[in-house]
Design a protein around this ligand. Structure first.
Ligand code: NAD
Ligand code: MG
Length: 305
């Protein structure tokens, strides 16, 4: 990744224009089988391995990130490690190559890493991942529900029950189960961060099932935030806009839409995964102590409610 033109070695705190921090990529039309690999993307995405410098904001914390092998989840895992946290993350067995790379970056950052393979369509997996993370990290105080499934389908007529059910299983039902399993382990001061999307407010016609889960995540997160705040556990969400991750070239977008991906934002370019990481760090850190039930929009300037 270091030799790729679309990554940066500049520290994330360098003063620069957000318009030019990354080039406006025009990804060639490409396709990968689901779930897609970070290692196979053209151009490669920036996970922050060469640029994210920690400032000790999560020293000694223990985090579990679902879908931490690639994309936004991988950028969060790397940032959390650089901020001083030990990190467990889940991934699908088909993503072993990406998972090993992220685990190596965490270990090289001097933190403990626990990669956990499994499929969130299986109702048992989320809770199992929590128990493994707790056992191997010696506790848990940050949960990031980030895994997501996104398959574009042009017409409702062609949208199968199986796809709708799997999308709901991975994106929202697993979030209920994983969070429920984590609760007994979370002391006051712990944080839960759920990944939603700008499509919760602007549902694209080709993402009916996916966008519905993202709206549900917003609603679930705000209600849970109210429920848990009195116990000192904060729940918040991050709503990304168009981010260049393996989700997109593995049927997340119609293939012909990829070259323009992200160009309709105010910044005129797609976001890179590492540009999401500081929002997740802020929401996990005690410095956001009065931020509860909030959504941080990281979308290059797409208007939101
Ligand atoms: P990504 O493909 O890199 O990450 C998604 C991860 O979800 C995969 O790595 C995989 O490990 C996991 N996953 C998928 N199906 C799974 C299953 N059945 N069981 C277990 N894990 C599974 O893509 P990303 O864009 O970084 O996605 C991360 C989150 O960001 C998702 O919730 C996605 O909806 C959200 N999001 C992405 C964008 C974007 O433009 N990329 C925009 C808004 C929201
Ligand atoms: Mg992946």
């Amino acid at each position: 990744m270091s030799d790729d033109a679309h990554t940066t070695t500049a520290d994330q705190l360098v003063f620069q224009s957000p318009v030019d921090r990354y080039p406006a990529i025009e990804p060639p039309e490409q396709h990968q089988p689901e779930p897609g690999l970070d290692a196979e993307m053209t151009p490669m995405a920036d996970l922050g391995e060469h640029s994210y410098r920690g400032t000790g904001r999560l020293e000694g914390r223990k985090a579990l990130v679902t879908g931490g092998d690639s994309g936004i989840g991988a950028a969060v895992v790397i940032a959390y490690a650089r901020e001083g946290a030990d990190v467990a993350f889940t991934y699908l067995p088909a993503e072993e190559e990406d998972a090993q790379k992220v685990a190596r970056i965490v270990t090289e950052s001097g933190r403990r890493c626990v990669p956990i393979a499994g499929d969130l369509v299986d109702p048992a997996f989320g809770p199992e991942a929590v128990e493994r993370a707790v056992a191997e990290l010696g506790g848990l105080d940050i949960l990031v529900n980030n895994a997501g499934k996104q398959i574009a389908v042009e017409s409702l007529t062609d949208l199968t029950d199986q796809q709708v059910e799997e999308t709901f299983q991975v994106n929202i039902l697993a979030m209920f189960r994983t969070t429920r399993a984590a609760l007994p382990h979370l002391a006051a001061g712990s944080t839960i961060i759920n990944t939603t999307s700008v499509v919760a407010y602007q549902p694209p016609p080709v993402l009916l099932d996916y966008a519905a889960t993202k709206a549900a995540i917003n609603n679930f997160s705000k209600g849970l935030a109210e429920q848990l705040a009195p116990q000192g556990i904060r729940v918040n969400t991050v709503a990304p806009g168009p981010i260049w991750t393996p989700l997109q070239p593995s049927d997340g977008q119609p293939t012909e839409a990829l070259p323009e991906f992200g160009q309709s934002t105010a910044l005129g370019r797609a976001g890179q995964p590492t540009e999401l990481a500081p929002a997740y760090v802020f929401l996990a850190s005690p410095e956001s102590s009065y931020v509860v039930g909030a959504t941080i929009h990281v979308n290059g300037g797409m208007p939101t409610p």
